[in-house]
Design a protein around this ligand. Structure first.
Ligand code: FES
Length: 166
């Protein structure tokens, strides 16, 4: 489970993280890791404050944030779906799962529903190929997910699905 998905970042909270580190370039990644852990994403204001703190151009900090897959620049949902799109899962229909999520929740990989409830991303092999196609909902693995199965999974997390397009 994400650590503190409900905390909304403000300047004071961001400063509390940043001021744990000296204002040097080599601490940029550590600061970002702490921010990601606390807020489950890297707020733009936080990146701007890091740039000031280490006296580096914002573009440098931003490009580091986009380079590492562990970082997200948009807030994740309460439930973050990670659809495995490694080879085994792809062959067994991960694209159908992605399509179903789009159909029912209106989000593509990298997006979050406007109410902040669900987000979606694709990941490479999660080491559960025997269970392909697999979907993670936060840290919980859902095995052998079918087209109808993902609809039930969405419902089980409180999502409203469009019954007519099941
Ligand atoms: S390819 Fe999906 S778990 Fe390995």
């Amino acid at each position: 489970m994400p650590a503190e998905t409900n905390s909304k970042p403000n300047e004071e909270m961001l400063l509390a993280i940043i001021n744990n580190y000296p204002g040097e370039n080599r601490y940029i990644l550590s600061i970002m890791q702490d921010m990601q852990k606390q807020f489950n994403y890297l707020p733009r204001q936080g990146l701007e404050m890091i740039a000031l703190h280490v006296d580096s151009p914002f573009s440098q900090v931003y490009s580091m944030a986009t380079f590492y897959k562990a970082f997200s620049l948009v807030p994740k949902g309460r439930i973050n779906f990670k659809v495995c799109d490694g080879t085994a899962c792809h062959i067994k229909g991960s694209n159908v799962i992605i399509d179903q999520i789009y159909k029912h929740l209106g989000i593509r990989p990298g997006e979050t529903t406007p109410d902040g409830e669900f987000s979606l991303e694709t990941v490479n092999c999660i080491g559960a190929c025997a269970l392909a196609p697999a979907v993670l909902a936060n840290d919980r693995v859902h095995p052998k997910v079918t087209s109808a199965g993902i609809v039930e999974i969405i419902k089980s997390y409180g999502g409203h699905v469009d019954a007519s397009s099941k």
